[in-house]
Design a binder for this molecule. Structure first.
Ligand code: C2E
Ligand code: MG
Ligand code: MG
Ligand code: MG
Length: 295
């Protein structure tokens, strides 16, 4: 089934579709309309702290409600959006939406939810002055301390491009954290880890999937955790689907976990009910008071 193929499912069902020029043209046209007609929505998936359950983080994952086809997966349209440059406009929308949601949750629940967004290398390359605009919005919304995290991939850092390092430094100076997504699946040079401060490494789900049966996967996860900690980074394990995976990662010292074991990505209102309200109740006023003091 597509689900069992995990992140590789892309390779199994889209190339034939994308080789179809007509299908592709149609998808591009529809994507343009999708921006104008506001057919996108962000879903949120909790990132859970393995040691103390009250640190709230979520990854924002885009969903497209196509008027005829229903929900279209980002696996199908992000690559086309990248190839056509539409990703810049879509990415700006994702950022603005996530930032407003973060500010709204703070206002409504008195809880700080750090929202991670995915930012494609194409955005870093083609976005013009977006970085300044993003940082300005964060100031307007008073999101200055680890409220937003940007997920990048290894490929972005491999170019050794000063302009990109400068952008990352600008974000960090504005209080935005940086995650390295899908760690271990890209090129294997680790040199960039000493060039630039990364806050989180996300272990790709291809390593966590068979943690309880495959000794090598366990060894790799353990080594990534030890290395990350020694370099001052925290570790998030992706694709955690079972309690035994959670236990193994927790014992290995992993900091955070994300996956279907906790929750699939869900709409904002579901995230409020299942993730924010329980935390708000468990912490009572203490959390609200603490966040007022630091404000
Ligand atoms: P990603 O950033 O690595 O996101 C994690 C993907 O794994 C998500 O797929 C999520 O739904 C899925 N996932 C989470 N937990 C589990 C689990 O326990 N088991 C399995 N099998 N899968 C799990 P999704 O939402 O389909 O997104 C796919 C990819 O599309 C993302 O991978 C990311 O690269 C890209 N993407 C999604 N939203 C955006 C966006 O707003 N901007 C950009 N540039 N890319 C995005
Ligand atoms: Mg991600
Ligand atoms: Mg990932
Ligand atoms: Mg990915």
């Amino acid at each position: 089934a597509a689900k069992d193929l995990g992140r590789n499912r892309f390779h199994y069902f889209t190339p034939s579709m994308q080789r179809n020029a007509k299908y592709r043209m149609r998808l591009i046209q529809d994507l343009r309309l999708a921006i104008t007609n506001q057919e996108f929505e962000l879903y949120y998936q909790p990132i859970v702290c393995l040691a103390q359950t009250h640190a709230i983080k979520a990854e924002a994952l885009i969903r497209w409600h196509h008027p005829k086809r229903g929900v279209v997966s980002p696996v199908e349209f992000i690559s086309v959006a990248e190839e056509t440059g539409l990703i810049v406009e879509i990415g700006d929308w994702v950022f603005q939406q996530a930032a407003h949601q973060c500010a709204l949750w703070r206002e409504q629940f008195g809880v700080d939810v750090q929202i991670s967004i995915n930012k494609s290398p194409v955005q870093f390359r083609d976005e013009g002055n977006s970085v300044e605009a993003w940082i300005a919005l964060l100031k307007t919304l008073d999101l200055k301390r680890n409220d937003i995290c940007i997920e990048i991939t290894e490929g972005l850092l491999l170019d050794n491009n000063e302009a990109i390092f400068n952008k990352l430094a600008q974000y960090r100076a504005a209080g935005v954290q940086i995650s390295l997504d899908d760690f271990g699946t890209g090129y294997s040079s680790l040199a960039y880890l000493k060039k630039f401060d990364i806050d989180y490494i996300k272990i790709d789900q291809s390593f966590t999937r068979n943690l309880n049966t495959n000794r090598d996967d366990f060894t790799l996860c353990e080594a990534i955790i030890v290395m990350a900690h020694a370099l001052g980074m925290k570790v998030i394990a992706e694709g955690v689907e079972t309690d035994s995976q959670r236990q193994i990662l927790s014992d290995a010292g992993c900091d955070y976990a994300q996956g279907y074991f906790y929750s699939k990505p869900v709409p904002a209102d579901t995230f409020e009910t299942t993730c924010i309200k329980p935390v708000q109740e468990a912490l009572g006023t203490r959390f609200a008071i603490e966040s007022n003091i630091t404000d």
